[in-house]
Design a binder for this molecule. Sequence first.
Ligand code: ADP
Ligand code: MG
Length: 371
Amino acid sequence: MKVTTKNLTKRYGEKIALNKVNLEIPDSSFLVILGPSGSGKTTLLRLIAGLLYPSEGKIFFGEDNITQKPANKRNIAMVFQNYPLFPHMTVRENLRFPLESQREGQIFKKRIYSDEEIKAKVEETLKLLHIEEHTNKYPSQLSGGEKQRVAIGRELIREPVLFLFDEPLSNIDARLRYEMRTWIRTLHGMINRTMIYVTHDQSEAMALGDIIVLLNEGEIVQIGSPDELYNNPKNRFVAEFIGNFPMNFLSFHKKDKNLILNNDKKIELPNSVEEIVSRNSLEEGEIGFRAELVRELDSERPIEENMLILECIIEDVEKVLDQQILTLNFNEERIVFVTKTIKEFERKSTIQIIVYAESIYVFDRAGLRTI
Ligand code: ADP
Ligand code: MG
């Protein structure tokens, strides 16, 4: 099912939870909605599910305007963190339940299934869930991942047109989270239904998403592939939010045609960066660069024109597997430097780092990226 939202807005009293959200989600796609807590992710999903109605704007399923259609007529599956299985029913009975209650006209007055049809659909779903050997177990006998798969199976079996996942994996341990998200991707490949997956975890979004919609304070900040968001952030918020380490930022201002980095200490910026700043006639702003792209200056090698060299003090060194994460102090501004070298660094010692001009981003005072 293709889903389109037009100027979708939700207010709670004075509070604008979602502001003029325009989305076009192609049929059969897997879309990730990413944003910090409170950015409006759940509100957006609940509006699509029909559990909330918008203050303004419209929602289309295909070409149908379903903005006012009640939730139980939308045929949507919503998966949350908890998995509401009936404890007194086996896996098979739990899976059968939605179809049987449908037959009894209790929940979804939709299609009536015969006994044979129900049996066939339960078997088919068990296969999709990779859970055949647990068919006769009760939920208490299943692992967390198995319970969640059964919970998803209970949605799957009624053939919803759209799957909505609201941070389904945020409270489970890292290994299971990895296993479950891989499984959800595989499931998407098998059933080819539109799925919208919400998370506040950028690394999860980067791993899952073909396309990520990044929300902040109820508005779409940027839509793009993980690569685009990482390499081509639209503003400071994106640059900070995406990546295993937030981007480093150093403030600058212009003084007598020179660019001055913080604390009035004049640093020669590579010409290419100077040019950008003059072209955009920025009086002040910030340069940004990724912790992963910082290098240590090698005094044996010649200095090149495109190097920005910064002398810093090492404040802290943290070793994480094959990486060392250094926190540096550059004129009272913090720089994070990630390296795979096996060299030992000493706290409070001085280090010269290089940032290449090509990996420098420039932001204006409002945080908008100019290059
Ligand atoms: P997220 O899921 O991204 O954490 P939500 O969609 O839950 O964000 O919330 C978006 C904003 O709307 C938050 O500031 C939240 O406090 C506010 N909000 C959510 N639900 C309500 C409500 N029922 N009444 C008032 N404010 C709400
Ligand atoms: Mg939420």
